[in-house]
Design a protein around this ligand. Structure first.
Ligand SMILES: N[C@@H](CCC(=O)NCCCC(=O)O)C(=O)O
Length: 256
């Protein structure tokens, strides 16, 4: 029997190149989905009426990082630094999409901006400039080249008993760090999974699904060379594969 890999939706970012708008997704995120054993499907944007049709196709969702910030109006604040990029097109559909995908208990891996988006979609708020907060590290990447920006920057301490502890089986490991914003108020219903040495929330889960995890670092960067990233991606891929089995069984029953 022919087996098809699970389908993972990857919501795109939006850019203007020359005189035209483009939907773009970072290649490293698309590759990470493949590394997880799934078929990546980049979604440009979606209207409210299209959300359920997209969810019917999906066995999982990966929310990518991005240079853009979630618009702070979504957590009741004004833009603090107008020089920083925003992506209202992405916000407009991913924020309503997230509760819908969680309702279906679809596997979700949310990375950096994606994790921030997950928190805001469920009613949480963000620090707009972590590096200005007393007692906090500067979590923005250092250096000019990608190698230095995505180099390991600090440790994270995994909270015992949760999804991350179950997947990585290491209490402490080092992560890269390429963000100016971060979780301020964690949305109700989310569980802290890891903390930075300055107390910043580095990972959190939504316990209603088998695998719904937000991480503030970038496991997709050089994932093949990083045992923790591989463990994370494989666990996400396995959850998507289980979801695909359920989806196919459901489809078969409907066709009988
Ligand atoms: N802009 C937000 C989110 C940070 C983030 O996702 N960084 C990734 C940058 C590009 C990439 O690697 O995809 C913030 O500053 O907190």
């Amino acid at each position: 029997m022919k087996t098809t890999p699970p389908v993972v939706l990857v919501p795109a970012c939006n850019r203007v190149l020359g005189q035209h708008g483009f939907h773009v997704a970072g290649a490293k995120y698309v590759e990470a989905v493949r590394l997880a054993g799934a078929l990546p499907l980049v979604v440009p944007d979606a209207s409210e009426a299209e959300l359920d049709a997209l969810l019917d196709l999906a066995d999982g969702v990966l929310l990518t990082g991005s240079p853009s910030n979630v618009h702070p109006s979504h957590f009741g604040e004004e833009v603090r630094d107008p020089a920083l990029p925003l992506d209202p097109t992405r916000d407009a559909w991913t924020l309503p999409f997230i509760p819908r995908l969680l309702e279906r208990r679809l596997p979700l891996l949310a990375i950096c901006r994606g994790a921030q988006e997950l928190n805001v979609a469920l009613g949480g708020s963000l620090h707009q400039a972590v590096h200005t907060l007393p007692g906090h590290l500067d979590h923005r990447g250092q250096g000019e080249t990608a190698e230095s920006l995505y180099a390991p920057a600090h440790e994270v301490h995994v909270q015992p008993g949760g999804l991350l502890a179950d997947v990585v089986r290491e209490g402490t490991f080092r992560v890269n760090s390429v963000h100016g914003q971060a979780v301020h108020r964690l949305a109700q219903g989310l569980r802290v999974e890891a903390l930075a040495p300055d107390g910043l929330v580095e990972a959190f889960s939504w316990p209603g699904a088998a695998f719904a995890l937000g991480v503030q670092w970038h496991p997709e960067w050089r994932a093949r060379d990083n045992p923790v990233s591989l463990q994370l991606l494989r666990a996400f891929g396995a959850a998507c594969a289980r979801q695909a089995t359920h989806r196919n069984q459901f489809k078969q029953r409907q066709e009988e």
